[in-house]
Design a protein around this ligand. Structure first.
Ligand SMILES: [Zn+2]
Length: 340
């Protein structure tokens, strides 16, 4: 899988500090972000692919869960929070279709059959395109003895998720930006076309002043595998116009307005550097130094940031400064295509 394998291989070139957790399958713990709002941190465990962050809002009809992670333990943390609060999961919102954000959808639906999934329809194009192609490519990794067994098991789990891909699709398609009533609570929902994917959703909750940004903000490095950098930049400009106090990124810790501005500047610089003739290692160094204050754990994030940034410079350069899965026709600004 290109997204996945890109990340895993890029990390393999760096010294990944193994997590000290006693139980490798221990579920992450939900942390309060604001009254009635929790974050379940995603992460990258040794030899495995990432889980995106989950944000949970308490709402009149139950819990509204934004993104559902990839691994079983991430889903377990969401279910545990629902049990602790004594509330059903009323709705899921997916920020985008990458597997580290949607793989938990079927499991949550099994536990709460009444829930409704809200997302852009970009996943339809992805299931026929990027994900189908990734599934074919996976065979090579599964038979490669250099790939650790834990990684291979991770890839097999992704293959099962893709095979059952219809179960990931939304019940409610988000087709434009606007206020949506989800789980009995209003959210300002934004649709950014041709950014991280062909259709990214991010949302702002006025009552808590929390913005949930999905992979528009992602540490230790931007996951550019399916990205249109111009659309991504335009989406971050729109984010800046919203009066949030706390922003939850797709990967990484909660951020202030100033920190999101720092990230935005770093992404601009990184994309420009990748499109210049500067050595790739210099672009990776500049990225890493620019975002270092945003890291949660510098010892772990610094080498990963460098390795990933290096990988993405090469990827962007091989495809004219964007992902080859970017379908925008006008240089990456917000086109209307939803087929990556
Ligand atoms: Zn992600």
């Amino acid at each position: 899988m290109k997204t996945a394998i890109g990340i895993v291989l890029a990390m393999a070139t760096t010294t990944v500090i193994a997590a000290a957790a006693a139980d490798p399958e221990a579920a992450p713990v939900a942390k309060g972000v604001a009254p009635g709002v929790w974050m379940i941190p995603g992460g990258i465990r040794p030899d495995l692919q990432p889980d995106g962050n989950t944000v949970v809002f308490e709402a009149p009809e139950g819990l509204v869960v934004v993104d559902t992670g990839r691994h079983e333990w991430h889903r377990a943390a969401i279910l545990r929070l629902a049990r602790e609060r004594g509330r059903p999961v009323a709705a899921v919102v997916n920020t985008h279709w990458h597997l580290d954000h949607v793989s938990g959808n079927p499991g949550l639906r099994a536990a709460y059959p009444g829930l409704r999934v809200h997302a852009s329809v970009a996943i339809n194009g992805a299931l026929e395109g990027f994900l189908a192609e990734s599934a074919k490519d996976a065979a090579a990794y599964l038979s490669d003895p250099q790939v650790p067994e834990a990684t291979r098991e991770d890839i097999r789990a992704d293959l099962r998720t893709i095979e059952n891909g219809a179960a990931l699709r939304p019940d409610v398609a988000i087709e434009r930006s606007g206020v949506l009533h989800i789980g009995g609570r209003d959210f300002a929902v934004h649709l950014a076309r041709d950014a991280v994917t062909a259709g990214d959703v991010w949302l702002y909750d006025e009552s808590s002043r929390v913005a949930v940004l999905g992979d528009l903000v992602t540490l230790p490095a931007p996951f550019l595998d399916t990205a249109c950098p111009e659309g991504w930049r335009a989406a971050l400009e729109e984010v800046t116009g919203v009066p949030f106090e706390v922003a939850i990124p797709g990967h990484g810790r909660p951020m202030s307005r100033e920190e999101v501005a720092r990230y935005r500047g770093a992404l601009d610089g990184f994309v420009d550097c990748a499109r210049s003739t500067a050595p790739a290692a210099d672009c990776a160094t500049r990225w890493t130094e620019a975002v270092e204050p945003l890291f949660e754990d510098v010892a772990e994030d610094e080498p990963r940031a460098r390795g990933l940034a290096r990988y993405y410079v090469d990827m962007l350069r091989a495809n004219g400064g964007r992902s080859r899965h970017c379908a925008a026709t006008d240089g990456g600004s917000r086109g209307s295509s939803l087929t990556p």
